[in-house]
Write a protein that binds this ligand. Structure first.
Ligand code: ZN
Length: 410
């Protein structure tokens, strides 16, 4: 079960100055920045995935996570050189989520095959169209669960594209391994779609539409698909973020899954955003006083002076660092943190903060990020800290996955 990390331009400035909160002087976006795989000796993932939709190449989008220049360079240099990644497979897909609202996908099969070949992807996914509806009750159609024309059309588009895609890939002697995408609305329709892909000649299929589903629904689908296709057919799970439940899926012989979840949680999850093997801690919020909307409102309405806010912010940061160096007690540090956060927030997770301070996990973590920046990783503040914490989470997640698979002897 390989963990494929979906790129969304997540990198950090290796020379970032945490004291001054400043980028390194000679920083050039992306070029001098570092990806997770450039920060660790032990790999933080088994492979990468780039969705076409994050490129701004004018075919569908003129603005994406990648700039126009970066998109051009990505195509010119190829995925491996652009990402400076050669230690694992690089998957390409179309990014069906981004065009889900359209009646049909904006990419045609011929052009997509050429794009994948040009960029040198090792694995390439057929152009699918998301079906959002999912319920096992669609399998015994009744008045409440009727398969709509739109669902049917998306199902047909996905399979039609898959058929074209594998034919064109063969004609052009593409070097990538084609992956046929599955989109359907129930266990039975997932099975049917998977069987069709195998008949078309796919040896690797990818199940889409799992993102909004809970872990039981995911398992229901995967169990059904696994039963319907030959054992040697490989299965990929798209956007599979059920990290804590992975052990439930080992038995279905999943070849790979992709996720950004461990990284994203570092800044999107307000509670469990700093991973350790035992506990997922809560990083301590010390946002910049100039960048916090609630604080700015108070300052502009005269309730608070800017100088005071800045002073409290600085004291909060200093207190965390002093505590880390053993100069002040946990409670002293905590009181500074809380005094600052109270200026702009009512509910503060005091107990969670106490816990993360007490654990000082950054002192025992073996990852390069924690060893390098120490307590800064546990401060919820701007992208260089938050992304570093995300990298740390990826690294932790990968270690957990390794352990799980070792335990299962796979
Ligand atoms: Zn770490």
């Amino acid at each position: 079960m390989k963990f494929i990390f979906a790129d969304s331009q997540d990198f950090v400035d290796p020379g970032y100055d945490f004291e001054k909160d400043a980028y390194s002087k000679d920083r050039v976006l992306q070029r001098t920045d570092r990806y997770p795989h450039e920060m660790f000796e032990k790999k933080p993932y088994d492979g990468m995935l780039v969705s076409r939709a994050i490129l701004a190449d004018g075919v569908y989008k003129t603005a994406g996570a990648y700039s126009i220049m970066q998109s051009q360079r990505f195509k010119r240099e190829g995925a491996s050189r652009f990402l400076r990644y050669s230690n694992g497979p690089i998957f390409g897909d179309s990014g069906a989520f981004s065009y889900a609202k359209l009646e049909k996908p904006p990419y045609n099969n011929e052009e997509m095959v050429e794009y994948y070949m040009q960029c040198g992807f090792t694995h390439a996914v057929s152009v699918d169209h998301i079906i959002f509806e999912y319920d096992p009750r669609f399998d015994n159609e009744n008045d409440d669960f009727v398969v709509s024309d739109d669902m049917k059309s998306r199902y047909d588009i996905t399979l039609h594209n898959a058929k074209e895609f594998i034919r064109i890939s063969k004609d052009k002697e593409a070097l990538f391994e084609p992956i046929g995408a599955v989109q359907a609305w129930s266990p039975k329709s997932m099975q049917e779609a998977s069987k069709s892909l195998v008949e078309m000649g796919y040896k690797y299929i990818g199940i889409g539409g799992l993102v909004p589903l809970d872990v039981d629904q995911c398992e229901e689908i995967i169990a059904a698909v696994r039963k319907a296709i030959p054992k040697e057919i490989k299965i990929h799970l798209f956007g599979f973020a059920k990290a804590k439940q992975l052990h439930r899926f080992v038995k279905y012989d999943i070849t790979s899954f992709d996720s950004t979840s461990p990284l994203i949680r570092a800044f999107k999850d307000s509670k469990f955003n700093y991973y350790s093997p035992k506990e997922h801690y809560t990083a301590i919020r010390v946002p910049s006083s100039d960048g916090t909307a609630a604080l700015k409102r108070k300052i502009s309405s005269g309730l608070l002076s800017q100088e005071y806010a800045q002073k409290m912010e600085k004291e909060s940061l200093n207190a965390i660092r002093s505590y880390d160096r053993g100069e002040i007690s946990r409670e002293e540090a905590l009181s500074k943190v809380i005094s600052y956060e109270k200026l702009f927030k009512d509910k503060i997770p005091e107990e969670r903060y106490r816990q993360v301070l007490e654990a000082k996990y950054w002192k025992t973590c073996q990852c390069e990020i924690c060893k390098d920046v120490g307590v800064e990783v546990a401060i919820f503040r701007n992208s260089n800290r938050n992304r570093r914490r995300g990298f740390h989470n990826l690294w932790q997640f990968m270690r957990e996955l390794d352990e799980l698979l070792e335990g299962q002897n796979k």
